[in-house]
Design a protein around this ligand. Structure first.
Ligand code: HEC
Length: 254
């Protein structure tokens, strides 16, 4: 009994260590900024959202970022046919079995933007979906920056706003508020020049893109629920068979 309590204690210690690690990694992922993260509405069962996300990713991100660990033909998993992949997603020269790589050389990108764009295949696992959702909705115009953009979630980011045609060109809004007798500055972004999407449509587009990035980092999650159901079904049948076998073995004894 004592042993059981001890191992329960060890399990608890392990659980709190894991929780602390998760917390630390979210804080690191947020790049040291104090902007509160918005919850990304990720739903991997929404195939239409994943398809829209894939479309946005190819059109707006693959100018600079690769997804070298993902193949185009894997996208049949999110309900696209090979024909649709070929027609709407493939960059010229790529085959449907190619990885989602790009031609831009990291060294050139670094020279132009100060930092090389990271490969995005597993970015949602390292940075977490909520951070990505917040990052892409926190850009503002900043003339003091070389490429004209800054970001509340990642101050002085090297990446210019990749979706500005869709969102427009927001500006920084700084408000002073009283809090416990102190004046604090609250920084947020406010719409200015409009883009082709309304604010709600833009949030939806970013949600679809983050949904796709989340799927790309863990494509097996699409299957895990289905596999879980099959395993439970298998166990139920096994239980029944084993029970019948037990009845058979013990029939002569009783
Ligand atoms: C014009 C080139 C360019 C385009 C287009 C672009 N990026 Fe980037 N991206 C960069 C560069 C450069 C960095 C490195 C920035 C840094 O760390 O300062 C980066 C970094 C990132 C990061 C890492 C941020 C972090 O916290 O370290 C994410 C996530 C990202 N990009 C997502 C996207 C997505 C999603 C798209 C498409 C909507 C996109 N990028 C389009 C150039 C680009």
């Amino acid at each position: 009994m004592m042993k059981a309590f001890q191992s329960l204690g060890a399990l608890r210690a392990l659980a709190s260590l894991l929780a602390a690690l998760c917390f630390a990694s979210t804080a690191i992922a947020a790049g040291g900024s104090d902007v509160p993260l918005s919850k990304a509405p990720v739903n991997l069962r929404d195939a239409v959202s994943l398809q829209r996300g894939a479309h946005l990713f190819v059109n707006y991100c693959m100018g600079c970022h690769s997804a070298n660990y993902m193949r185009y033909n894997r996208l049949t998993e999110i309900g696209l046919t090979e024909e649709q992949i070929r027609e709407y997603l493939l960059l010229s020269g790529d085959k449907v079995g190619s990885t989602m790589s790009i031609a831009m050389r990291p060294a050139d990108a670094k020279e132009w933007m100060g930092k090389a764009p990271p490969d995005l295949t597993v970015i949602a696992r390292s940075k977490r979906p909520d951070y990505l959702y917040t990052l892409l909705r926190s850009y503002y115009v900043d003339e003091s920056r070389a490429l004209g953009w800054n970001n509340l979630a990642y101050p002085n980011i090297g990446m210019p706003h990749p979706l500005w045609q869709l969102q427009g060109q927001p500006v920084l809004k700084v408000e002073e508020r009283e809090s416990h007798g102190h004046t604090v500055q609250v920084r947020s972004i406010a719409p200015d020049l409009p883009g082709v999407l309304s604010a709600a449509e833009y949030d939806r587009a970013v949600a679809d893109l983050v949904n796709f990035l989340t799927y790309m980092g863990e494509p097996w999650r699409l299957h895990s629920v289905r596999i879980g159901i099959i395993v439970m079904f298998f166990l139920a049948i096994m239980l029944l068979l084993v029970y019948l076998l037990k009845l058979e073995f013990w029939r002569d004894v009783h």
